[in-house]
Design a protein around this ligand. Structure first.
Ligand code: ATP
Length: 340
């Protein structure tokens, strides 16, 4: 039995079906990310798990117990929001102790647990400070400590790093993952940032229009996207139509091939067995430092993106340029068949 089981979950706001029939199992100790574009329903699912939103239909169980319509404080889950929501007039330690105080935990015990939680986010030296005396990243970690101190079975995080600049955000991604691993708590994390999802998650749930498009490990969803939407949302992908004569099934098929899995070869190149080679002309070249992106207009009318890694200093006049005729070559086994 999974820790959380979501079955047939539906929520509409007037004419908008925010969540349109979702089924999902979440295992204990898992770092699972709900990923999707703005408005795809991620936050609404999180809010139903938290108890801030009442589903129109469906069921949510936690540890086998039906929590679908329970009040937020009657379920062993806790939420960390993007805006931290620390009390400005309370010290860091008082902020972290707050939830324990409302639960009538004795004073000495409260202080001990709060200091442990502050230590777990590596901010012991800030215990006496007020929130405005902390940086954005530190405030976010204290918000996390305040949630962790209550020892929830599940922690819900709604774009918690959204307000941080890029460098701090990347540091916090590593930090969050460490804290999750150390605490052994199940994290359900909402983001629209693909890199963030790839970096931190055990599994990613890809949302689109209130439905789940795919659930899998970062590698699964990147390497074997189930749908066109997933292929396009996670990184860049080339989607190519394969006529029925060449596809595994008798129907026309679509394949997804990543730009970094394709290489360019001169037109004279002899294709080997297991390889696919499409002839065309280079229409664009973008040098991006660590890699170069080429666009090839194929003779069959497709546009293909090809990325090459610049492992060596390029020599003037070498390599392919705009207007060159080339073959775009890849191993057949590197392409994924798309079903939807
Ligand atoms: P974002 O990344 O922008 O937060 P999201 O994927 O989390 O997006 P939701 O916030 O779940 O998406 O919203 C899903 C849909 O439901 C959207 O069309 C949104 O406008 C609508 N919606 C969400 N909450 C409400 C509400 N309280 N009242 C009316 N419509 C709502």
């Amino acid at each position: 039995m999974a820790l959380i089981e979501i079955r047939g979950l539906v929520k509409a706001f007037g004419p908008v079906k925010a969540v349109d029939g979702i089924n999902l199992d979440i295992e204990s100790g898992e770092f699972i990310t709900l990923l999707g574009p703005s408005g795809s329903g991620k936050t609404t699912v999180l809010r139903m798990v938290a108890g801030f939103e009442d589903p129109d239909a469906g069921q949510i169980t936690l540890d086998g117990k039906d929590i679908t319509h329970l009040a937020p404080f009657d379920r062993n889950v806790n939420t960390v929001f993007q805006d931290y929501a620390l009390f400005p007039h309370m010290s860091v330690q008082e902020n972290v102790e707050y939830g324990l105080r409302t639960r009538k935990v004795p004073k000495a015990q409260r202080a001990k647990q709060a200091l442990e939680a502050i230590e777990s986010v590596k901010l012991s030296h800030t215990a006496d400070r007020l929130p405005h005396q902390l940086s954005g990243g530190q405030r976010q970690r204290i918000a996390l400590a305040r949630a962790l101190v209550l020892r929830p079975q599940v922690l819900l995080l709604d774009e918690p790093l959204g307000a941080l600049d890029r460098q701090l955000r990347e540091e916090m991604q590593v930090e969050l993952k460490r804290i999750q691993r150390d605490a052994g708590i199940t994290f359900i994390f909402v983001t629209h940032d693909q890199d963030e999802a790839m970096r931190m998650s055990d599994r990613i749930v890809v949302f689109n229009h209130g439905r789940i498009e795919q659930v899998g490990t970062p590698q699964d969803v990147y390497e074997r996207p189930a749908t066109r939407f997933v292929a396009g949302f996670l990184g860049v992908s080339n989607l190519l139509e394969i006529p029925s004569a060449q596809s595994d099934t008798s129907k026309d098929a679509t394949i997804s091939i990543r730009p970094e899995r394709i290489r360019l070869a001169p037109s004279s190149y002899q294709q080997r067995s297991g390889e696919v080679a499409l002839g065309g002309r280079i229409s664009e070249v973008a040098y991006l430092g660590s890699n170069t992106v080429f666009v090839v207009e194929t003779d069959t009318g497709s546009r293909i993106s090809v990325t090459t890694l610049n492992q060596e200093l390029p020599t003037q006049g070498e390599g392919f340029g705009t207007g060159d005729r080339v073959l775009a070559v890849w191993q057949e086994s590197q392409a994924a068949q798309i079903s939807g």
